[in-house]
Write a protein that binds this ligand. Structure first.
Ligand code: AMP
Length: 215
């Protein structure tokens, strides 16, 4: 299975990619997670990416396409992948098509996850992430007895710098301007399937799974 989870920030791509990865035994490839790791490790890439990410902007296509080339030519993704956060621009989508053609791989589907902007802003303001295991929590939904400690692994929970209110609005603008047009690209390739991403996580995940079995 080669799947793209597509949609605005905060729609639940990371949460659902992790669940699908465990259920289907395919690697979850999150470009955001990869960049955050590079920032934490203070690598050259991390140093370049930090300011861009904190400002809610996109890292350059050239860098992101290079990263994706490394990932897709690795052993890890040989038998499938779930992409989360890539492609985010039309040039990235076109580069991915070329890369997959070169590797003689085909995408099964692009799941377009949809929720209202109001819900996005609300969710991102309440989102906490575990520094250790990466699990994502929502203060409105998850009953956390201690909001600084991950119930899953005991790691530290933190709010992403780019989830602060001023950056969230910027990210939504960037999504609408640069990323949303990618939907049409996949619609024209007859790969796009829409899912309502508002509601219970398990119900939404089952709806996505049902879509995958029809591809
Ligand atoms: P995410 O965790 O997917 O929300 O990504 C966090 C941030 O990483 C984004 O706001 C961008 O600054 C950067 N980023 C992640 N993926 C990409 C991508 N495909 N293209 C450009 N920037 C990206």
């Amino acid at each position: 299975m080669r799947i793209i989870l597509f949609g605005p920030p905060g729609v639940g791509k990371g949460t659902h990619a992790k669940l699908l990865s465990a259920k289907l035994n395919i690697p979850h490839i999150s470009t955001g997670d990869m960049l955050r790791k590079a920032v934490a490790a203070e690598t050259e890439l991390g140093k370049k990416a930090k300011a861009v990410m904190d400002a809610g902007q996109l890292v350059s296509d050239e860098i992101m396409i290079g990263i994706m080339r490394d990932v897709l030519t690795s052993e890890k993704t040989k038998n499938g992948f779930i992409l989360d956060g890539f492609p985010r621009t039309l040039p990235q989508a076109e580069a991915l098509t070329h890369l997959l053609n070169e590797l003689r791989m085909q995408l099964n589907t692009v799941v377009n996850m949809e929720i209202s902007e109001r819900e996005i802003v609300d969710r991102l303001g309440k989102r906490l992430t575990c520094r250790k295991c990466g699990k994502i929590y929502n203060l409105n939904i998850d009953k956390l007895s201690n909001p600084t400690k991950c119930p899953n692994c005991g790691g530290e929970l933190y709010q992403r710098d780019d989830d602060k209110p001023e950056t969230v609005l910027k990210r939504l603008r960037v999504y609408n301007e640069s990323t949303a047009p990618v939907k049409n690209y996949y619609k024209n390739l007859d790969l796009l399937q829409n899912v309502n991403a508002s509601g219970r996580i398990e119900d939404i995940n089952n709806a996505i799974l049902a879509m995958l079995t029809h591809r």
